[in-house]
Design a protein around this ligand. Structure first.
Ligand SMILES: Cc1ncc(COP(=O)(O)O)c(C=O)c1O
Length: 442
């Protein structure tokens, strides 16, 4: 058993730190749990009161290899002793080039590629759009309902949920939103056909295809609640973009590096986007992101037009290279293990759907799974309060989980992908008890 609770959750030291946080830290940054971490390893977080909790959130789908993996930590330590920073824009270093070479090789697409490194997911998204605009000399950017692309101005303008946008208008112009094929909430039985019709209507008759620089898509909505786009939708979208000279940007920031059981979610869809954005799992906890794609598109911005002081930090690059080593080791054994984890999670969640009428929908791909909670399975009215109560029950009993979804009624599972069977089971037992506790079991 990994979970060990010595105090109530949150314990006294976490509570005291939360008081200090309220006084010293701006209200804006949210926190999904009221505990403060002291240290973390593997799938276990130890808080400042000495409680041990299982982490099914991975710092928002980042620590895919678990906390403090030895190989990553060693690579980081070794690089920290060599040099911390020169700025790639001043005195370049080999690691930046090596990481780009490796990303060019492993990302989907059998064409010549180039890559660019930045610090955060939002920065990758911003730069992907800049690159697409420079290449096409067009302005329009088409995004989808329920999408999340970050919090900087352009990325926020591309993000759907009002909670991330409230009070920040005016937004960046030339961003157009169209329905995501969200099967559970589609007004028509064929979500794919419905969303494609709306997309074509928008692009062909309202924006004009020759004004659209890029379509930016999450194949599986992350913050939007782990909703997977149907394969035909994605394939049709890709051929539409190709036909009209529109750059297809797939945002793999949350889905990348094993989260769906493949290195990239694109591999489930048989599509080769022009550009992909990567972050989160790439650095195993160190801030690093990337845009990777067709060489001729990536080369559109002139020298000095993209970059930044810290982009592609050498210590973060060392972590990323160690992450890639791990995925490539032993003929891809890690991905096979991750797929097995995904199957176990999928089977458990489907069984829960039979038992708990509060679960309206179970979905996702591989280990990237979520449950959507509803007041009544017939009306599908979202039950945000239940999701909040379930997340609270979980951390109070030693499991950290994350909410998600435009209506706040989704619980997503994003454990470290390296967790052991016993750890997975221990965490799922708590979640299951939480669902029973909600008092709605059949
Ligand atoms: C799909 C997707 N794109 C972009 C972002 C933004 O990344 P960051 O928070 O690192 O700016 C996120 C973060 O959750 C994400 O899930």
């Amino acid at each position: 058993m990994r979970i060990e609770l010595k105090t109530e959750i949150p314990g006294p030291r976490s509570r005291a730190l939360m008081d200090q946080r309220r006084a010293a830290v701006a209200r804006g940054p949210f926190h999904g749990t009221p505990i403060f971490v002291a240290k973390a390893h593997g799938a276990v977080i130890e808080d400042v009161d000495g409680n041990r909790l299982l982490d099914f959130a991975s710092g928002i789908a980042v620590t895919n290899l678990g906390h403090t993996p030895e190989d990553v930590v060693q690579a980081v330590q070794a690089q920290a002793e060599r040099f911390l920073h020169t700025s790639f824009n001043v005195v370049p270093y080999e690691g930046y080039v090596t990481l780009c070479e490796r990303l060019n090789r492993i990302t989907p697409g059998s064409f010549a590629k180039k890559a660019f490194l930045a610090n955060s997911g939002a920065e990758a998204v911003e730069n992907a759009v800049k690159i697409a605009r420079a290449h096409t000399k067009r302005q329009g950017v088409v995004v989808f309902d329920h999408a999340f692309h970050g919090r900087t101005y352009l990325a926020m303008s591309m993000t759907s949920k009002v909670g991330y946008r409230q009070g920040f208008a005016p937004f960046v112009p030339e961003v157009y939103r169209t329905p995501f094929p969200y099967a559970y909430r589609s007004p028509e039985p064929d979500a794919s056909a419905w969303a494609l019709r709306a997309f074509r209507e928008l692009v062909l008759h309202h924006v004009g295809a020759n004004n659209v620089a890029a379509v930016v898509l999450e194949l599986i909505l992350g913050e939007g609640g782990f909703v997977d786009a149907p394969v035909p939708f994605v394939q049709e979208l890709a051929s539409f973009c190709k036909e009209h000279g529109i750059v297809l940007i797939v945002d793999e920031i949350q889905t990348g590096f094993g989260r769906t059981g493949k290195l990239f979610a694109c591999e489930h869809y048989g599509v080769e986007p022009d550009l992909v954005t990567l972050a989160k799992g790439l650095g195993s906890g160190l801030p690093i992101s990337a845009v990777v794609g067709r060489a001729e598109i990536m080369d559109a911005p002139v020298e000095g037009a993209i970059g930044g002081t810290f982009g592609g930090n050498p210590v973060a690059i060392a972590a990323a290279l160690a992450v890639l080593d791990r995925f490539e080791a032993d003929g891809g054994a890690l991905l096979k293990r991750i797929q097995a984890v995904g199957e176990q999670i999928g089977a458990r969640l489907l069984a829960w759907k039979e038992r708990f009428p509060i679960i309206g929908d179970v979905r996702g791909i591989g280990p990237m799974r979520a449950i959507e909670l509803v007041r009544d399975p017939r009306t599908r009215e979202p039950d945000k309060a239940a999701a909040q109560a379930l997340a609270k029950y979980c951390y109070q009993h030693g499991v950290v989980v994350l909410g998600a979804g435009t209506y706040g009624n989704v619980i997503r599972l994003a454990p470290p992908l390296t967790l052991e069977d016993a750890e997975l089971d221990e965490g799922l037992v708590i979640l299951e008890a939480g669902l029973s506790e909600l008092g709605r079991s059949a």
